[in-house]
Design a protein around this ligand. Structure first.
Ligand SMILES: [Mn+2]
Length: 304
């Protein structure tokens, strides 16, 4: 490896937040998965991981709400996985290997997509350790098959429901008839439409995750397109940034999040606010994880 001694003060690494703690000393490992081969409407999320990392380099590591620097728990960004030209099956297997390794090393993997299909690989990498798969998503992704594929962004939650005890899909506001039938035939899947009144929707989510080991998948199209226009599959009537942050905070407070991903961001050339918004959601999640997972030495705190 090239020695950087003497240059530390004058370089900003191409890593999340521009911080690169050693792998060994890091609690959180960022893994970019630049894959969008099954995207049915607009490909482009392959550029997501790099855009999120780029934007994150301009973010202040101090979290004003928590009054601490969550990054002090140690962040390490590994190079992007080489999956751009892979079949969905082979991408899933690559992600499974990477996530399994990070989990075995007792760190929290944070995947940046890329399309939602990657969550299937991540789940396969952690599945023995989780009880509930929670996804925030405008879509149920619950087709049994889509465009002839069983592994696709539109079937991912269905595939995951075959592997994990409980699945909660939060924020849905569009659904196909076939998805409705699939969902009605299963009792381990809870669909929480965004149209449910806020309190009820949040209550249903929290009852399902209290004290559980959770995999959290944030499909960023749960946000309204006015808050985040650059999406593979935009759907109006979505959540505000602040609402999403509020839900994330409750998830991290109630559950033990073992691994997480942020998927379906498809950067628009020239627009910076989108990538920054996603980067901020990632770092807020790290902050809440630090706050609620007992890393008291960092002195993060929040008004309860
Ligand atoms: Mn979606």
């Amino acid at each position: 490896m090239v020695s950087l001694s003497g240059l530390e003060g004058s370089i900003v690494p191409y890593s999340f937040l521009g911080i690169q703690e050693s792998y060994e000393d890091s609690s959180y490992v960022i893994v970019g998965v630049p894959y969008d081969a099954t995207s049915s409407w607009m490909p482009g999320s392959r550029a997501g991981p790099l855009a999120i990392i780029e934007a994150s380099r301009y973010m202040d590591p101090y979290d004003m709400e928590l009054g601490c620097i969550p990054a002090e728990a140690g962040l390490h960004t590994i190079p992007e996985l080489s999956v751009m030209e892979s079949t969905p099956e082979s991408m899933v297997s690559t992600v499974r290997g990477a996530v399994g390794r990070v989990i075995d090393d007792e760190k929290v993997p944070i995947l940046l997509g890329g399309e939602h299909t990657l969550s299937l690989g991540a789940i396969q990498g952690v599945k023995d350790r989780i009880e509930v798969y929670v996804t925030l998503d405008a879509h149920a992704d619950f087709y049994d098959e889509y465009e002839g594929r069983r592994i696709s962004h539109a079937t991912v939650s269905k595939r995951i429901s075959e592997l994990v005890g409980d699945v909660i899909i939060y924020g849905v506001r569009t659904l196909g008839w076939e998805e409705r039938e699939e969902l009605d035939s299963l009792d381990n899947v809870t669909l929480i439409p965004l149209l449910a009144r806020d309190g009820e929707a949040m209550g249903a989510l929290l009852r399902g995750i209290e004290g559980k080991n959770v995999y959290l998948s944030v499909d960023v199209d749960v946000l309204d397109p006015s808050a985040l226009p650059c999406l593979g599959t935009p759907e109006p009537g979505g959540m505000s940034y602040r609402d999403v942050v509020m839900v994330l905070r409750e998830v991290f407070r109630r559950a033990n999040v073992v691994a997480m991903d942020f998927v379906e961001f498809s950067p628009c050339p020239g627009m910076r606010s989108d990538a920054y918004t996603v980067a901020r959601l990632v770092y807020k999640s790290i902050g809440y994880h630090v706050l609620y997972s007992g890393k008291q030495n960092l002195r993060c705190s929040a008004d309860e």
